[in-house]
Design a protein around this ligand. Structure first.
Ligand code: SF4
Length: 310
């Protein structure tokens, strides 16, 4: 933790590996698909996932990984010519393909000038040992962070949102990845249907026990065109949607229960405005963060204050 932030920040985490240069993530859509829709892992997709954005034509991108990175770099390089980049395989399930095809895309990213590492987002049930063998080797020659969609630690919730995997599978994937010496992150959604405040803090206590390097917190947003949007229309009382102040209090409580070693990378999801049904706070991540930092200072709150190693 540094003096300004009462929690471990992602820029400070990156500084450990890149002390002399600024590093920026560039998001990619590498043309992968989703096994929770094609029947391999499940069908129908996660209930909060937008069906409109998930269709083969949207998913297929004409632009190569190299081109996407070069285009992404233009924006940042104008301001910071010395900037280095992490290729962020973000869209869909970025480990869901044949090993050779995955390798080709990861290596293409790493062969792009000024790209100094990879962040790979995926599902916990899509990490075979054969891929970990390769990633373990890759991790020895570049910066690598594997990021799992945890979403909830509660199996009843995971079933209800049709994630198609259990929390036990999440723990297994994280432990197998960490055992290879790979930095491992996760993201969770706060406010999923059926989860009250007490359950969410219980979740924080479970997350606190995992060997994670990073965690991202997201507020639940109901998105147009999703199964959840229908459920919300039918029974809004089933959902505990937070206003900004309540969410901030929840996040502070959550962070205080976390292991102080876990980097807290972000607090908000920012879906396109035209897709949000509710809640639409109109806040950017940095605006929320500034308010959060001030409130934590007022309260004397800090990450790990309520952490108990179990
Ligand atoms: S959230 Fe991810 S895993 Fe779930 S249906 Fe959408 S793309 Fe697939």
């Amino acid at each position: 933790m540094n003096n300004r932030y009462p929690y471990k920040t992602f820029p400070d985490f990156l500084k450990r590996f890149f002390p002399d240069t600024k590093v920026q993530k560039i998001s990619l859509n590498a043309g992968f698909t989703c096994p929770n829709r094609d029947g391999t892992k499940g069908q129908g997709g996660c209930t909060y996932c937008n069906n409109q954005t998930f269709n083969p034509s949207y998913c297929k991108t004409d632009k190569s990984v190299f081109t996407q990175l070069e285009e992404g770099k233009v924006f940042f390089a104008r301001k910071y010519p010395q900037m280095k980049y992490l290729a962020y395989f973000q869209a869909y399930t970025n480990t869901y393909d044949e090993l050779d095809s995955l390798k080709k895309k990861y290596e293409e990213a790493l062969n792009t000038p000024n790209v100094v590492g990879l962040v790979i987002g995926t599902r916990p049930d899509c990490m075979p040992d054969s891929l970990l063998d390769y990633l373990e080797e890759l991790n020895k020659r570049t910066f690598l962070l594997v990021e799992y969609g945890i979403e909830s630690t509660n199996n009843a919730t995971l079933e209800r949102i049709n994630r198609g995997h259990t929390y036990e599978q999440t723990v297994d994937a994280i432990e197998r990845t960490v055992a290879r010496g790979i930095h491992t992150g996760g993201h969770v959604i706060l406010g999923l249907p059926g989860e009250n405040q007490e359950m969410i803090i219980q979740q924080a206590m479970q997350i606190a026990q995992l060997p994670l390097s990073t965690i991202k917190l997201h507020q639940l947003q109901i998105i147009k065109g999703t199964k959840m949007a229908k459920e919300y229309a039918e029974c809004p009382t089933d959902f505990h949607l937070f206003n900004v102040d309540n969410y901030m209090d929840l996040v502070i409580d959550y962070i205080q229960h976390l292991n102080p070693e876990i980097v807290v990378e972000r607090f908000l999801s920012q879906s396109p405005k035209e897709l949000i049904i509710t809640p639409d706070w109109g806040l950017k991540n940095f605006e929320f963060t500034n308010r959060l930092v001030n409130k934590m200072a007022e309260l004397g709150a800090y990450q790990g204050k309520l952490f108990r190693n179990q």
